[in-house]
Design a protein around this ligand. Structure first.
Ligand code: PMP
Length: 292
C-alpha cells in the first residue's frame, strides 16, 4: 500500500503518499502504542464521522495517550484528505501512534502522531463461495480477552494481533473468517466485525462487554428497531448458533455481510431479515450523505 500516488494527512500537513513514513524505532511499532479508525465515504460524505473521530480520541485515552487533535480537527482533516485524493466513495483510515522519541516500555517521553489516509475499498469481504452464498466462519481457538487483560473497548492496534491469528487460522482451513468466542466461551464477534443472529423474526446480538461496540452495530440496532424488529443484546453460546435461521456480520468496512456457514455442521440461507436490513442500511448511509 505504500507505493502509489495520492496524499496522506500527517500531523496537520498533506504529504505525498510515498513520503508518509515513520522511523523503525517508532514506539507504536514495538509496544503497540497505537489506535486507529475505519470510516466509509458515501457520495462524498463520511458516515458517522464525528462518532469515529470521538472514538479515536477515546481509544487513545484507553491507552493513556492523548490524541493532539480535537474531534472537529480530525473531522476537517478527514474531509481534506478525501478531497486531496478525489475519493467520493471509499474508506478513511485515521491512525494515532506514539513516535520514536523514546525507547522502552514507558511512553512518557513520546509524542502522539496522527495520520489519515483514504482509498477506494468497495468491498471488505470476498466470500469464497461467492457473494450470493455468504461467508463461512470457523470457530477460532483464540478468544476475545477479559477487559481486565486489555482495553477491549478501544480500537487499539494491539488487540488486532488476536484477530489476525484467528483470521489466519480460518483462512488456512478454507474459511472466510473466524467466529470468535470471548474469554468465558460466549460467542463474541468475528475478527473485524460484530455479529447478529435471527430466530423467529427476533434479532439477537452478543452483549459488547469485552469487544468493540461497533458504530455499525449501534446503527443497525437502531435501524432494526425503527423498522419494527425486536432487537435483544443477550448471551449467545456456541451451541445456540444452530438454533438461528439467519446470521450476519456488521462493520464499517464490512457493512452488512451475511453468513452462510459455521464450522462443518451449521448452515444458513440469506433470509428476509438480513436482506431487508441490508437494503435499509444501504439507503441510510446514502440518505445521510444526501442530507448532510
Ligand atoms: N469488531 C472489530 C474487531 C472490528 O475491527 C470492527 C471494525 N471496526 C468492528 C467490530 C465493527 O466496528 P464498526 O462498526 O465501528 O466499524
Amino acid at each position: 500500500y505504500d507505493d502509489r500516488d495520492g496524499f496522506i494527512w500527517m500531523n496537520g500537513k498533506m504529504i505525498p503518499w510515498r513520503d508518509a513514513k515513520t522511523h523503525v524505532l517508532t514506539h507504536g511499532l514495538h509496544y503497540g502504542g497505537s489506535v486507529f479508525e475505519g470510516e466509509r465515504v458515501y457520495d462524498g460524505q463520511i458516515f458517522k464521522l464525528t462518532e469515529h473521530s470521538e472514538r479515536l480520541i477515546f481509544s487513545g485515552k484507553c491507552l493513556d495517550m492523548d490524541v493532539p487533535f480535537s474531534a472537529k480537527e480530525l473531522n476537517d482533516a478527514s474531509y481534506e484528505v478525501i478531497k486531496a485524493n478525489n475519493i467520493t466513495n471509499g474508506y478513511v483510515r485515521p491512525l494515532a501512534y506514539r513516535g520514536a522519541e523514546q525507547m522502552g516500555v514507558s511512553a512518557k517521553g513520546t509524542k502522539v502522531h496522527v495520520a489519515i489516509a483514504c482509498w477506494e475499498w468497495p468491498k471488505y469481504f470476498f466470500p469464497k463461495a461467492g457473494d450470493a452464498a455468504g461467508l463461512a466462519l470457523r470457530t477460532a481457538s483464540w478468544r476475545r480477552p477479559d477487559p481486565k487483560t486489555m482495553p477491549t473497548q478501544a480500537k487499539a492496534c494491539g488487540v488486532y494481533m488476536i484477530g489476525t491469528l484467528a483470521k489466519h487460522e480460518a483462512e488456512n482451513n478454507g474459511y472466510d473468517d473466524a467466529l470468535m468466542l470471548d474469554f468465558r466461551g460466549r460467542v463474541a464477534e468475528s475478527s473485524g466485525a460484530n455479529l447478529f443472529a435471527i430466530r423467529d423474526g427476533v434479532i439477537y446480538t452478543p452483549i459488547a462487554d469485552c469487544f468493540l461496540n461497533g458504530i455499525t452495530r449501534q446503527t443497525v440496532m437502531k435501524l432494526a428497531r425503527d423498522m419494527g424488529y425486536t432487537v435483544e443484546e443477550t448471551v449467545i453460546m456456541p451451541e445456540d448458533m444452530k438454533t438461528f435461521e439467519e446470521v450476519f456480520l456488521t462493520g464499517t468496512a464490512a457493512e452488512i455481510a451475511p453468513v452462510s456457514k459455521i464450522d462443518t455442521d451449521i448452515t444458513y440461507t440469506i433470509g428476509p431479515v438480513t436482506t431487508r436490513l441490508k437494503e435499509a442500511y444501504s439507503d441510510l448511509v446514502r440518505q445521510k450523505a444526501k442530507a448532510a
